[in-house]
Ligand binder design. Structure first.
Ligand code: CP
Ligand code: NVA
Length: 351
């Protein structure tokens, strides 16, 4: 899609879609989400509020059975900033798959709210919600994918260095959920994605194949290897994540031993050179997968990346839930919903 087409495409045009895998949206559709996120970020950054929020009276159900800071807060705060609201639910107080079936929970929720955001271990549970619910289901992390993270990652890379197409992005560590989604999104946008991982901790081959297929169209590639120093040579971006993901805690000691030579420290970053930037999805385990001097140093984009979770998820929400007539910025008219002054809904930040 050309920039011109993006500029005139109405938001809300992905209305009703699920986002369980990063591959659920095409590379062109992902560009649309990122473009909408950029408009929302610019609009919001001016005075930390939207004059005409596009999701007035929309409601999100947030089903979280794993800890979260960034994903949970950015979805809830983002929804409020867009004029809507979010309801936090836990496995303990709903009991999907325990107190009643996922299908029955989904059937109830679709009558009450406009979308479901779910963080759970088994990817199959997120897929089942998507299959059963008639409303959009968004994956807020499973052990297999973290697609919302990948959107913010690519957005941040492009914000810092322009188009990701042709860029070399080296992920150092586990071939995990964060890597899976990043590979799909980044290769689909034409990046060269590398993973340096110890034996036995590689990605799902089906994900690599999917990312390579998407990359073939866009000029992107996916390469796997074991030598972290060799894999970061020439990298524009070095990315790392926890060695032990949520749900793998019993493997912590074995993983510490396996990943000991995969730490992103100043020496590794120096191989890529001074222009390389460093990403981490957070939470970080300082002194394990990343050192504090790198994470807090001048090449780090880590906190810009975590801020962008807010703006990019707002772009996703507007595209999936918005009224296609609403162009999503402060100059727009929203035919169906009153403006923010009309019903006195929450304002965010100063002013
Ligand atoms: N990166 C990320 O998803 O952070 P949380 O686990 O805090 O949501
Ligand atoms: N791979 C990590 C990401 C946390 C946001 C995990 O799944 O725990």
């Amino acid at each position: 899609m050309t920039d011109t087409a993006e500029a005139i495409a109405p938001v809300g045009s992905l209305r009703g879609r699920d986002f369980v895998s990063a591959g659920d949206l095409s590379p062109a559709e992902i560009r649309r989400v990122l473009a909408t996120a950029a408009r929302l970020k610019a609009d919001f950054s001016a005075n930390r509020r939207h004059e005409r929020p596009p999701l007035v009276r929309r409601t999100l159900a947030m089903l979280f059975e794993r800890p979260s800071l960034r994903t949970r807060v950015t979805f809830e705060a983002g929804m409020v900033q867009l004029g809507g609201s979010a309801i936090q639910l836990t496995a303990g107080n709903v009991g999907w798959g325990v107190r009643e079936t996922v299908a029955d929970v989904a059937r109830n929720l679709q009558a009450y709210v406009d979308a479901i955001v779910i963080r759970t271990g088994p990817h199959e549970v997120a897929l089942e919600f998507a299959a059963r619910a008639s409303i959009p289901v968004i994956n807020a992390l499973t052990l297999h994918e973290h697609p919302c993270q990948a959107l913010a990652d690519v957005y941040t890379i492009e914000e810092a260095m322009g188009s990701i197409a042709g860029r070399l992005v080296t992920f150092v560590g586990d071939g995990n959920n964060v890597f899976h989604s990043l590979a799909i999104v980044a290769a689909g946008q034409g990046a060269h994605v590398r993973l340096a991982h110890p034996p036995g901790y590689g990605p799902d081959p089906a994900v690599v194949q999917r990312a390579r297929e998407l990359g073939a169209t866009a000029g992107g590639t996916v390469t796997l290897g074991a030598d972290a120093r060799a894999m970061v040579e020439g990298a524009d971006v070095i990315y790392t994540d926890a060695w032990t993901s949520m749900g793998q805690e019993s493997e912590t000691e074995a993983r510490r031993a396996a990943f000991a030579s995969y730490q992103v420290d100043a020496g590794l970053v120096a191989i890529a050179g001074p222009a390389a930037r460093v990403l981490h999805c957070l939470p970080a385990h300082r002194g394990e997968e990343i050192t504090s001097d790198v994470m807090d140093g001048p090449q780090s984009l880590v906190f810009q990346q975590s801020e962008n979770r807010l703006h990019v998820q707002k772009g996703l929400l507007v595209e999936l839930l918005g009224d296609p007539a609403h162009v999503g910025d402060s100059d727009s008219a929203d035919a169906g919903d009153p403006g923010p002054g009309a019903d006195g809904h929450a304002r965010i930040g100063p002013g």
